[in-house]
Design a protein around this ligand. Sequence first.
Ligand SMILES: *Cc1c(COP(=O)(O)O)cnc(C)c1O
Length: 407
Amino acid sequence: MKKIKLQKNNEKETLPNSDGFFGEYGGQFVPPQLKKALEEVTAAYEIAKKDPDFQKEYQDLLANYVGRPSSLFFAKNLTEKLGGAKIYLKREDLNHTGAHKINHCLGEALLAKRMGKKKLLAETGAGQHGVALATAAALMGLECEIHMGAIDVAKQHPNVLRMQLLGAVVVTVESGGRCLKDAVDSAFGAYLNDYENTFFGIGSVVGPHPYPMMVRDFQSVVGKEAREQIMLKENRLPDYLVACVGGGSNAMGLFHAFLNDEQVQMIGVEPAGKSFKPGDHAATLTLGKPGTLHGMFTYLLQDEKGEPLPVHSIASGLDYPGVGPQHSYLKDQERVQYVTANDKEALEAFLMLSKVEGIIPALESSHAIAAVIKMAPTLSKDKVIIINLSGRGDKDVDYVGELLGIG
Ligand SMILES: *Cc1c(COP(=O)(O)O)cnc(C)c1O
C-alpha cells in the first residue's frame, strides 16, 4: 500500500483572535453586564481546553454516552444510482438523541459544572437544541431552563414533552412574534438576571465570543474522526466535504480538521426554502449582508434598517437569519463555497436516501444530500465526497407524511 503523509492541521486557521474575531466577523456585541459573564466563560474554557482531566471526561462521555466514533458509511447504493463520485456518510444520526448537537451540549454542560453553575439556560426553536441540552443537564445533575416561543411550543409538542421528561423547565415566550428570535431575547434577559448561577448553552457556532470558537471545538471531533476513517478506507483525503448550514455547527465540526488541506474542497448548503423572495428562505451567506445580531458581527438576512428578516425552511433547524462568524470569514476567504438547496430538493433527497440506503435523514441533513445529488453525477468515479449526515429524520416523518398526503 502506498504510504501517504498525514498532513498536520496547523494553528493558522484556528482563529479567532483574542477579541473573538475571525477576520472582521464575530466579536462580543453585548451590553456591559453580559461582557463580564462572557469573560468568565472565556477564561474557564481556555483553562478547561488545556486540562487533560476535562478532555478525558469529555472524551469518555463521547465514547460511552454518545456512542462515538460515529461510523463513516460508504453509501454504495446512492453512489451507484448517481453514477459519479464515491459518497460517504458521516453518521451523526446514530448519536444518542439522534444528531450532532449532543456533542457540544455535553461540552457546555461539563464546563458549566466545572464553573460551579447550577443551571443550564438556552433558547430553542424547533426544540432539538433544547432536548440535547436537557439531556446533558439530566446526565450531570444540573437544572435546565429552556425558552421557547409560544408558536413553537404548540408546533413542536413532542419535543416539549421530551424536555419535560428530562427534567427541564420550558418557559413559553408570549412576546413579539412568539418564535425563535423572541425566545433568544427572553433567554438573554433571564441570563442577565442570574448569570452567577447560570450557564448559557448556545446551540450552534453563533452568538458572542467565545461561543463560535467553543462550540466549533466541541464539534470538531466529527472532522477528526472522518479524517482518520477516510484515510483507513481510501488511503487518501476526500475531494469534497458537504454539510448543511443553519447556524453552522455541524458544518464547522466536519470542516475544521481539513481547513489546511488545500486539496479538500468544502461546500456549505443553505436552505433556499420556497423561493429567493425575502421571508421564503434562510440563505444567509448567499443573499445576506454583514450586520450585528445576537452578539456577533456576521452575514445576516436583514431589511434596510438592519432588522432581521423573517426566514423559512422545510427544515426548522435551518431557519435562522444569521450564521456563525467563522463561516462569514471562510466565505470571504473563498475557502468554503456556499450553495443552496430548496424545500423541494431537500424533500426529494430525504425520500431518495430513505429508499436507496434505508437511512431516513433529518430534513436539515437532506439539504446536504440534495447538493450531492446535483454534484456527484458530474464528477468522475475516483472522486470522494463526505456528507455530514447531521441527524436522523424520525422527528420529521409525521410532517413529511402530511406533505405527501400519506399520513
Ligand atoms: C440543528 C440542526 C442543524 C442545524 O444546525 P447547525 O448549527 O447549522 O449544524 C442541522 N442538522 C440537524 C440534524 C440539526 O438538528
